[in-house]
Design a protein around this ligand. Structure first.
Ligand code: GDP
Length: 461
């Protein structure tokens, strides 16, 4: 049972119309009552749940009014944390909201750790671990498709599937128990064996199906690390700008690194491209002696997808050939840019080096060819069609690793059954699979692991 009351600012820091201080725990209402004064003098503890109230926040020591607010009261258990929750809507701005938080802390709450509200939702049984992780994915989603995947997981789609698989394993294990308890019935052993093979194979099919979605799920969640490379002046920064302008650019700070490192994302028909070394492209674009090619080499190593830009208006240059050779084994899309100018580049010569990679004519200036580029990206990563929203994607590295573990255990069990190993020995592998699947939804998890997982969340969530 969690006994203390936590509080945090749940909105991003900075200037905004409103900011929210959230309080959760047994004393949430009591703490808010010490600070909140409504015009009619009614106390929050007298108000019904899931209502919002106008009033002022007052420092009880000095009686100074800190802010004019709207306060929401949400009583357990119908709250996110399943605890009494108060949300103070105050005016945005760094000072005001911090003062209110300090006041709340002085009045008896403890500052929440990152992710602690969601952790409480998990510990109090409102959501399982995969759903808790989906909360974070939802916050960090970079495109609408990534958001749909996260919402599906938050709704419990993945949890439901995992529970079904575990149920199947449990059926087998229960049978094996009967077998151990009543060894005199030969047919029980045979039935257990039969059930093991049938359920084991069904589970394998489902795990394999889930794992097949993993690569795509991961892409939707994390984006494709993409480098735009090419000689100076071919149109790299024009392409970058065009991608950034036409598609919502999302700029995020990478947690745990310096604030200078910014990741830039573009949304290509729901697929997030995480662009690497965009600073490099910008820096060199206006300089006469540009160092485009050498710089490209570094970006190539880090990227999963390469957009190699060539200039159609010039013959193939030895630097182009160098780059083509360097990227040959990667996912590459070759863009013949400046297609609006005269075609000087010999396409037959290019084909000797392009190794079957897609070649697309573009004119960034005239805005042509970008649709083909988008289609080619879908073809490369989603075999041309992104599945509909109903599909459950596995996108979280932890889940993927656990699914692989479960798969191995089931395969071991089936192999053992094939080799005539006694069923009570095979039980060990089935139990392992049951445990690995359980970890996905947070069962049998060590406290330290749970702490570590939630510490990756943002403050106030
Ligand atoms: P970078 O050095 O590779 O980043 O190249 P830039 O994007 O700076 O482009 C170099 C020059 O080519 C600029 O003057 C652009 O306006 C021009 N440019 C870029 N794309 C096109 C295009 O499709 N057609 C034409 N005609 N010019 C282009």
């Amino acid at each position: 049972m969690i006994s203390d009351t936590i509080a945090a600012i749940s909105t991003p820091m900075g200037e905004g119309a409103i900011a929210i201080v959230r309080i959760s725990g047994v004393d949430a209402v009591g703490i808010a009552d010490k600070l909140f004064v409504s015009p009619g003098g009614k106390r929050l503890s007298e108000m019904s749940s899931h209502t919002i109230h106008y009033g002022h926040l007052i420092d009880p020591l000095t009686m100074i009014v800190l802010d004019e607010t709207m306060v929401t009261i949400l009583r357990a258990p119908n709250t996110f944390t399943r605890e009494d929750t108060i949300e103070i809507n105050c005016h945005g701005g760094f000072v005001a909201v911090n003062k209110i938080l300090q006041l709340v802390l002085r009045s008896g709450a403890r500052l929440a750790e990152p992710g602690e509200f969601t952790k409480r939702a998990f510990l109090n049984g409102r959501i399982d671990l995969s759903q808790a992780e989906a909360v974070m994915d939802l916050i960090r989603a970079k495109t609408d498709r990534a958001m749909q995947v996260a919402i599906g997981q938050l709704d419990g789609k993945l949890s439901h599937l995992i529970q079904e698989l575990r149920q199947k394993i449990l059926e087998v294990l229960a049978h094996v128990e009967v077998n151990i308890d009543y060894p005199e019935y030969d047919d029980v052993e045979e039935m257990s064996h039969h059930l093991l093979v049938a359920n084991g194979n069904e589970i394998l099919v489902e795990i394999n199906r889930l794992l097949q979605t993993a690569q795509q799920g991961k892409i939707l969640r994390e984006g494709i690390t993409t480098a735009i490379i090419g000689r100076p002046n071919v149109g790299k920064s024009s392409l970058l700008n065009s991608l950034l302008q036409e598609n919502k650019a999302i700029v995020t700070d990478i947690p745990g690194t310096t604030r200078d490192i910014i990741e830039e994302y573009v949304n290509v028909n729901g697929i997030p491209l995480k662009l690497v070394d965009t600073a490099g492209i910008r820096e060199t674009s206006d300089v006469v002696e540009q160092i485009g090619v050498e710089r490209s080499f570094g970006a190539i190593d880090r990227a999963d997808l390469i957009l190699l830009v060539l200039d159609t208006a010039e013959p193939l240059h030895y630097d182009d050939i160098d780059l083509l050779k360097k990227v040959i084994s990667k996912n590459v899309i070759i863009l013949l840019n400046k297609a609006d100018l005269s075609h000087e580049l010999n396409v037959a010569e290019l084909e000797r080096y392009s190794n079957g990679h897609a070649v697309i004519e573009t004119s960034i200036l005239r805005n042509t060819g970008l649709e083909e580029l988008q289609k080619e990206i879908e073809r490369l990563y989603f075999l041309g069609n992104i599945q509909d929203h109903d599909l459950t994607y596995v996108s979280n590295a932890r889940h993927i690793a656990l699914l692989h573990q479960a798969k191995e255990s089931i395969e071991d069990a089936l192999q053992a059954a094939d080799n005539g190993v006694p069923i009570d020995i095979i039980q060990i592998d089935m139990t392992k699979a049951w445990e690995s699947l359980g970890e996905i939804i947070g069962e049998n998890m060590h406290d330290s692991l749970i702490d570590q997982l939630f510490s990756q969340f943002c403050l106030g969530k």
